[in-house]
Design a protein around this ligand. Structure first.
Ligand SMILES: Nc1ncnc2c1ncn2[C@@H]1O[C@H](COP(=O)(O)OP(=O)(O)OP(=O)(O)O)[C@@H](O)[C@H]1O
Ligand SMILES: [Mg+2]
Length: 498
């Protein structure tokens, strides 16, 4: 009889077996180097759910071994760490060579779903691609990336994950000196649209093909059988990107820096910088203070997603073979985006069927929300409380509107629409609550946690992360985290500084 306990040590760091499939590419794709040590590192937070994805037990995440490994101070066994080269379009302009200027790929490890996950340190020191940068990331931006990666995963939105944030008292100069940190990110691959553009714009067809074959074999093996696998790759990435954009719009997420070097070839949300979640609804809202033209404003994200797919298509054109085929692969973007957004918005409104006037109902709703600067998250969450017989439930919803008469008129139409499909209050609310999160990472919540963390109190980072792990649950004990931002938060500005 086997009466031996499985000791938690069995799932510690020492048991992570690193390989590095990216390192099997030719040397031109990267520079092999070790992270720069982070002085006197300390654990700020670790995500148990992310840890589980690579079979790490929670106690392992508090161990000295963990802190040393994921600060970059101790080389993980068998890790062949490297920084990858890529290029990209930034704000619509070709930026030439970029690359991992402050990220170091440790390698890939077995994931609990049977696949593999790459582990990458962000903020782990200068690389040959750092240009003028110091290779570091500040605690502020690292906490934002950590919290939002995990929050997006909990919302069911494809994203790179964040295993941990490890801080240090070492300072980096931004607008003012700030302490630094390292985030450990996880994704099956960190290859970006800009990784392909790099070889295309350097006229290196051989490397372009090598990269495409690597991505297809590793992450899209089903496409190998297609008559033109490169066409199939572009079509699939286009599909994923279009769906991702719909998911962002439906939850009010704004990325802030949708440059092609921040676009994942796997359709994941990548690079959490000056992101934000829509609060007072304004389709023109720009979350990145540095983006003065509003290229990446909320309402423009879907179109920019398409533009970025075109940039990828341009880079893949030599492999695909013809402009016609390349355009065909890109051609379904709008239809896929539209269908996904339609599906998500119907779910948000608790509508099970499609009716001819649904678009009018939605347009009128968004116009009212904009006119009254209604909080995006609160609106949809409270909409689920509305009762069909008009017997109440909508007081808190109605309170969000300046023009209550206009809201009442819209609510009449909405009720009439619900009656067309024999909607039931209870089941509709349950379904709507599963589509409309109660908790999102509002900027002021992140800011509050960051300010505490800067005083070395990490409890708020950890608490916030746990609340955001179950964004659709009521969690009445945490109801204040779902409230409107306080007055002091109105002037909060988020820029590219990180
Ligand atoms: N402090 C820094 N030191 C060195 N390079 C940097 C620094 N900040 C940004 N970069 C580099 O500038 C380019 C664009 O930066 P961007 O903000 O999009 O990426 P990032 O946040 O560093 O990383 P990622 O896209 O990996 O999440 C990238 O090549 C990035 O590595
Ligand atoms: Mg980036």
């Amino acid at each position: 009889m086997n009466n031996r306990l499985a000791f938690p040590e069995a799932t510690g760091i020492a048991h992570l077996r690193f390989a590095n499939s990216f390192a099997s590419l030719p040397a031109a794709f990267y520079t092999r180097l070790a992270p720069t040590p982070l002085p006197a590192p300390y654990l700020v937070a670790a995500s148990e759910q992310a840890a589980q994805l690579i079979g790490l037990a929670p106690p392992a995440c508090a161990s000295e071994d963990f802190i040393q490994t994921f600060s970059g101070n101790r080389a993980a066994a068998d890790s062949q760490s490297l920084a990858a080269v890529y290029s990209g379009h930034q704000f619509g302009v070709w930026a030439g060579q970029l690359g991992d200027g402050r990220a170091i790929l440790l390698g890939d490890v077995a994931a609990s779903d049977g696949g593999r996950l790459e582990l990458q340190l962000k903020g782990s020191g200068a690389t040959p691609y750092s240009r003028m940068g110091d290779g570091r990331a500040v605690l502020r931006s690292s906490i934002r990336e950590y919290l939002c990666s995990e929050a997006m995963a909990a919302l069911g939105i494809p994203t790179s994950r964040a295993l941990s944030v490890i801080g240090s008292d070492q300072l980096a100069m931004r607008e003012r000196p700030e302490t630094t940190a390292v985030v450990t990110r996880m994704a099956p691959s960190f290859v970006r649209f800009g990784s392909f553009e790099h070889w295309y714009y350097n006229n290196r067809r051989e490397e372009l093909k090598t990269l495409a074959d690597h991505v297809i074999a590793g992450f899209y093996p089903e496409l190998q059988a297609a008559s033109n696998p490169y066409h199939a790759l572009l079509a699939e990435v286009t599909r994923r990107t279009a769906q991702l954009m719909a998911q962002w719009q439906a939850v009010g997420f704004m990325h802030g820096v949708m440059n092609t070097d921040n676009m994942s070839i796997l359709g994941l949300t990548l690079d959490y910088g000056p992101f934000g979640f829509m609060e007072a609804y304004d389709p023109g809202h720009i979350c990145n203070h540095t983006d003065q033209q509003g290229r990446y404003a909320y309402a423009r994200q879907p179109q920019i997603g398409h533009w970025n797919c075109f940039a990828l298509g341009q880079a893949l054109l030599p492999l695909i073979g013809s402009v016609e085929e390349t355009e065909a692969a890109l051609g379904n973007y709008q239809a896929i985006y539209g269908a996904k957004l339609d599906e998500l918005l119907h779910a948000k409104l608790g509508l099970a069927s499609r009716q001819p006037d649904d678009d009018k109902l939605l347009d009128a709703m968004f116009a009212l929300m904009q006119g009254s600067h209604v909080d995006f998250t609160l609106f949809f969450r409270r909409l689920g409380n509305l009762r069909l017989d008009g017997s109440g439930g909508d007081e808190a919803l109605r309170d969000l509107f300046i023009d209550r008469a206009a809201f009442d008129a819209w609510a009449l139409q909405y009720r009439a629409r619900l009656k067309l499909e024999n909607s039931q209050d209870r089941s509709r609310k349950l379904a709507m609550d599963a589509s409309n999160p109660k908790y999102v990472l509002r900027n002021y919540l992140a800011q509050t946690a960051i300010e505490r963390a800067q005083e070395k109190d990490f409890s708020e980072v950890r608490k916030l992360q746990q609340i955001l792990e179950n964004p659709f649950d009521e969690q009445p004990q945490h109801a204040r985290y779902a409230e409107l931002p306080p007055d002091w938060a109105r002037g909060l500005e988020v820029s590219c500084s990180s």
